[in-house]
Design a protein around this ligand. Structure first.
Ligand code: SF4
Length: 280
C-alpha cells in the first residue's frame, strides 16, 4: 500500500493503466464487494444458529440440516448493510462502556457475547452471538436493520415468530451465563430512514418460548436423521418469501431437487409431520 519509507507512492509503471475505463473499475469494485459478501462467515455458516431456530418453514430448516447446496443467489447487500450496522453499534456501545468506566467504574453494555442457548439431542449445542445486553435493566437486545415496509409491518404486528423465538433464545443464553434476564427486545432500525423512525419491540423473557423452539428444531432434525431426503416432503412449509429461499426451485416436483414453494400442494403429497407448535 505504501512505499518502503512508509510514504504513499505511485505504483510501478508496469502496473499502471492510467486513464483506464471507469466502467471496468466499477465492475472490479462491485466484484470485491460481491466476493467479500459471499465469503463472509455469515454466508458460509452451515450450523443452525439461534436466528434460524424459529424459522417458520420447517422444510427450509430440513434442507439446511440435510446439507443441501444452496442455489446461487446475488450477494445479499441488504444483509450486508445490517452486518455493517451491527459492527458500528458494537463500537458505539463499547465507547459508551468506556465512558461508564471512567465515570462509574463499571461497564453497562455487554456486546456481541458468545452464548449457548441450549442443545438438542440430535444437533448438540446451539450457539450464537447476542447483540447487546443491558446489565442495568437485565434487557437482552437484538438489532434488526429493516426496510420501510418491514418497519411498518413490525410496528403494527410485532416481530415474526422467527425473531420472537430468537429473542427468547438469546435471553436463555444470557441466563445460562448466570446473568439476570428480565426483558427481551428487538430494536428495529430503519435501513433507509431517520433514527427517529426506530422502533423497539419488547416483552418479559420466557424460557418456555426458547425451549419450545428447541423442541421443534429437535423434531425436525430427528425426522431428517431418520428419513433423510424423504423427510423433506413431510416437513410443513410456510409463506416466508419463498422467492428468496436458497432452496426454492420453481415448478419442482421432487423436494430432493428443490422446493416449489409454499402452498403448492399435490394430490400425492404426504401428510405433514406435526411438531410441537411454536406459534403464539
Ligand atoms: S421455497 Fe418456501 S416453502 Fe420451500 S423450503 Fe423455501 S421457504 Fe420453505
Amino acid at each position: 500500500m505504501t512505499g518502503v519509507n512508509g510514504t504513499l507512492e505511485a505504483l510501478p509503471p508496469k502496473l499502471l493503466t492510467l486513464g483506464g475505463d471507469p466502467d471496468t473499475v466499477m465492475a472490479e469494485y462491485l466484484d470485491v464487494i460481491g466476493r467479500t459478501i459471499s465469503n463472509h462467515p455469515r454466508s458460509l455458516q452451515k450450523r443452525i444458529g439461534p436466528s434460524e431456530v424459529g424459522q417458520a418453514c420447517a422444510r427450509r430448516l430440513g434442507y439446511k440440516l440435510l446439507g443441501h447446496a444452496e442455489r446461487d443467489q446475488r450477494p445479499n447487500w441488504k444483509a450486508t448493510i445490517g452486518t455493517a450496522t451491527h459492527s458500528w453499534l458494537e463500537d458505539a456501545f463499547q465507547a459508551e462502556n468506556a465512558r461508564w468506566l471512567r465515570t462509574g467504574g463499571v461497564e453497562r453494555w455487554v456486546t456481541e457475547t458468545r452464548v449457548t442457548v441450549g442443545a438438542t439431542k440430535t444437533l448438540g449445542k446451539i450457539t450464537g452471538s447476542c447483540d447487546l445486553y443491558d446489565r442495568v435493566t437485565g434487557t437482552v437486545l437484538d438489532h434488526k436493520v429493516v426496510g420501510p415496509a418491514q418497519l411498518k409491518h413490525y410496528r403494527a404486528d410485532g416481530p415474526s415468530e422467527q425473531y420472537h423465538v430468537q429473542a427468547h433464545l438469546y435471553g436463555r443464553g444470557l441466563h445460562l451465563l448466570g446473568l439476570p434476564v428480565e426483558t427481551v427486545g428487538i430494536c428495529f432500525l430503519p435501513r433507509n430512514g431517520e433514527l427517529r423512525d426506530a422502533f423497539l419491540w419488547h416483552e418479559p423473557w420466557e424460557e418456555q418460548i426458547a425451549l419450545q423452539g428447541l423442541d421443534r428444531l429437535e423434531g425436525i432434525a430427528a425426522a431428517c436423521n431418520m428419513l433423510d431426503d424423504q423427510a423433506l416432503a413431510m416437513l410443513p412449509t410456510a409463506d416466508v418469501w419463498c422467492i428468496n429461499c436458497p432452496f426454492y426451485k420453481a415448478g419442482s416436483t421432487d423436494p430432493a431437487q428443490g422446493c416449489p414453494g409454499h402452498d403448492m400442494p399435490k394430490a400425492a403429497d404426504p401428510a405433514p409431520l406435526n411438531f410441537i407448535s411454536n406459534n403464539k
